[in-house]
Design a protein around this ligand. Structure first.
Ligand code: NAD
Ligand code: UD1
Length: 346
């Protein structure tokens, strides 16, 4: 990757911190902008230990227009990777307004600040949730999109806003990266997912059960039309995901050079293309931690789908992206991180 200066909003969070580490490793400068609503300042120093270089950190909120213009005045960014936002589906149903305020109002403020500063290369964190409940797997980028909860709507709306922006001003280059189910942690065990309270998602929940902090895994239904009856998802290692962002930055830059202008907004799946069931995840986690994880089958979680996984062909074709890690690595790395976090009071 050619040396770039990249603004990473939400860069102390789970995916942002790993991406910042990869960018620094590749010789880029990374400036993290985060309000620390769902992450801790100590992450910055642990990124420095991994990458042997410190990311810049600016504490701030994407809804704060004055803070954003000061940030863009202070730095000459080549690109922005926009991770900042709220991400809990259930909470978004209970409290839709903060979700629209953070994820829509905040994003609009960011795009406006970028435009004012003449920075028009952007990666947006989208999600497989935009495929909604109607499509058949594997999910392809051209499929019809829909949402079933406010969080999903914020992803869909951001995608539309960015398509409209690119249509109105062709100097923008945007990648809408649709993540499937991120998991794992940095190989060093120094950074990983650090959810507040009881996790909603399977992998961090399993990690807490393995650590003895929660009693048992509740399997949300075993009567789905899947090989073992439990839900199937496409789990992608966060380090693969992070590398996908670095490749997407290179791709956007190359496209801009080739076209002499921006390249519009392109949606790209970041997944493995492979589905793994809840029972297979539990077995992989048991192998990683060397313990039996108690699990009970309960009712389906409302809104869950039987199986979701990516068609990973476009990422391969456009970005040359191939995943390196499997669920064994994902579980082993989460377990390593879980132990480091427990030993260090994180
Ligand atoms: P995360 O919560 O760990 O990271 C998000 C970061 O954004 C946090 O550090 C938080 O403090 C910060 N933030 C939130 N609101 C902010 C605001 N208004 N101003 C500044 N900073 C703010 O989440 P993550 O798992 O790293 O997810 C990153 C992005 O990827 C999110 O946009 C999320 O919706 C998206 N995504 C995540 C997943 C997943 O399963 N983790 C899947 C698909 C898409
Ligand atoms: C969830 C979000 C989705 C988001 C994704 C990001 C919901 C309804 N969906 O997806 O919008 O994009 O995270 O990764 O929250 N499971 C259990 N027991 C648990 C937790 C989960 O059996 O305690 C099962 C689920 O039914 C599912 C699988 O494990 O089959 C994965 O669940 P989860 O990790 O929550 O991810 P998603 O539901 O795919």
């Amino acid at each position: 990757m050619s040396k770039k200066k990249v603004l990473v909003t939400g860069g102390t969070g789970f995916i942002g911190s790993h991406t910042a580490a990869v960018l620094l490793d590749q010789g880029c400068d990374a400036v993290i902008f985060d309000n620390l609503s769902n992450s801790k300042i100590g992450v910055v120093d642990r990124i420095r230990r991994i990458a042997a270089r410190r990311p810049d950190f600016a504490m701030g909120d994407i809804r704060d227009k004055a803070a954003l213009s000061a940030l863009f005045r202070a730095h000459d960014f080549d690109a922005v990777i926009h991770f900042a936002g709220l991400k809990a589906v259930g909470e978004s149903v209970a409290k839709p307004l903060p979700y629209y305020e953070n994820n829509i109002t905040g994003s609009l403020a960011l795009y406006e600040a970028m435009g004012n500063a003449g920075v028009r290369t952007l990666i947006f964190s989208s999600s497989a949730t935009v495929y909604g409940p109607v499509n058949h797997v594997p999910y392809l980028e051209g499929m019809p999109l829909s949402a079933t909860n406010p969080y999903g709507w914020t992803k869909l709306m951001n995608e539309q806003i960015l398509r409209d922006l690119c249509a109105a001003d062709p100097s923008w280059s945007v990648a809408l990266l649709r993540y499937f189910n991120p998991g794992g942690a940095h190989r060093s065990g120094l950074i990983g997912e650090d959810p507040n309270g009881i996790p909603n998602n399977l992998l961090p929940y399993a990690a807490k059960v393995a650590a003895g902090e929660l009693e048992r895994i509740h399997i949300f239904g075993d009567d789905y039309d899947t090989p073992d009856g439990t839900g199937v998802r496409d789990y992608i290692h966060v380090m693969d995901l992070a590398r996908g962002h670095a490749l997407a930055l290179d791709w956007l830059a190359a496209k801009r050079r080739g076209a002499g202008a921006g390249s519009g907004a392109t949606a790209i799946n970041l997944g493995t293309g492979k589905g793994t069931s809840v029972r297979e995840i539990i077995a992989a986690f048991e192998a990683a931690c060397g313990k039996t994880l108690p699990a009970v089958v309960g009712p389906r979680r409302p809104g869950d789908l039987a199986a979701t996984y990516a068609d990973a062909g476009l990422a391969r074709e456009l970005l040359g992206f191939e995943t390196e890690y499997g669920i064994e690595d994902i579980c082993a790395d989460i377990w390593k991180w879980q132990q480091y976090a427990a030993e260090n009071g994180i």
